[in-house]
Write a protein that binds this ligand. Structure first.
Ligand SMILES: *[C@@H]1O[C@H](CO)[C@@H](O)[C@H](O)[C@H]1NC(C)=O
Ligand SMILES: *[C@@H]1O[C@H](CO)[C@@H](O)[C@H](O)[C@H]1NC(C)=O
Length: 284
């Protein structure tokens, strides 16, 4: 029993050695981390055969075969169209194969596998996999629509922030004086219609209510976030001045009612003071 266990172990070690020293190998697999849905992505698989004869090179998207190269067959290259990925073409050299795929216009992550096998009698297979995510980054900052320059205390206004086209659509966050504004239940992030490649804009409305005691200015910021790793954040800013009464007197002193009252009071004081003086003089 013991002895046969030992032999088995020896045999397994020998097999492991054979596998690890297997001469043919995939030396480099190039799959872009992100693919733009508007352009074909190029994937390449470099291999070294080390004296062995190449039987075939296959590309898989997840478990579906999309490309096969068989040097001894006519035609040597075959493309397979699976439902949501269009294989545009490919070519092979003695040490690499390139395949061009048009990513589906939806935000997906898929595994692309290259498989290189040798001719008999060994029929060995080398395989490598990398993932590609379909993403279109926004090219511009979001835009805030409907922001007035000035608001009075007690007034309210609706602002609309719209992001640039992206895939997947961006999330929208609003800030007032750098404080994240929790959306009211009806203020969901909405998306606009499709562009080629499935790109969409997002927009979200925010209601700004100016407290009756407010003064100064509101710093409004809108952020569009594309949730990829790491997230892509872009933003837009606007400043709304609060046109309150106290500010009115400060900046528009000539026509300010408060100052008219003040001037009136001053005149009345002077008149009163003069009258008192006169009455003192006359009483003497
Ligand atoms: C794959 O599908 C596209 C679009 O339907 C077509 O233009 C192309 O010729 C197809 N390729 C193959 C190899 O069938
Ligand atoms: C917000 O702006 C977007 C893009 O300009 C527009 O499609 C959408 O209808 C606007 N929403 C509101 C409520 O005005």
């Amino acid at each position: 029993m013991r002895y046969s266990g030992y032999v088995k172990m020896k045999f397994l070690a020998f097999v492991a050695l054979c596998v690890t020293t297997s001469a043919h190998d995939i030396s480099q697999l190039k799959v872009p981390l992100y693919a733009d849905p508007r352009r074909a992505a190029e994937l390449s698989c470099h291999f070294k055969m080390d004296e062995q004869k190449l039987h075939s090179v296959k590309w898989y998207r997840d478990t579906n075969e999309i490309f096969r190269y068989n040097p001894t067959q006519q035609p040597s290259i075959r493309l397979f169209n699976i439902s949501d990925v269009m294989v545009q073409g490919g070519e092979c050299q003695p040490d690499y194969c390139v395949v061009r795929v048009m990513p589906p216009p939806i935000s997906t992550r898929a595994a692309y596998t290259c498989e290189v096998s040798t001719e008999g009698p060994r029929f060995q297979i080398a395989r490598k996999t990398k993932h590609m995510t379909v993403v279109a980054m926004p090219q511009a900052d979001p835009v805030i629509i409907g922001a007035p320059k000035v608001l009075k205390p007690g007034e309210q206004v609706f602002l609309n922030c719209t992001s640039d086209f992206s895939l997947p659509p961006s999330d929208i966050n609003w800030y007032i004086d750098e404080e994240l504004q929790k959306p009211e239940p009806w203020q969901k992030t909405e998306v606009t219609g499709n562009q080629p490649g499935g790109l969409r804009r997002s927009w979200r409305v925010m209601r700004v209510r100016v407290p009756t005691t407010a003064s100064g200015a509101l710093r409004v910021r809108c952020e569009s976030i594309l949730l990829v790793e790491p997230p892509v954040v872009r933003d837009a800013n606007t400043i709304i001045t609060i046109h309150s009464r106290t500010q009115l007197s400060k900046y528009v002193s000539n026509i300010s009612g408060t100052n008219v009252v003040n001037t009136g009071l001053l005149i009345a004081t002077i008149v009163l003071w003069t009258l008192i003086k006169i009455s003192r003089l006359t009483s003497l």
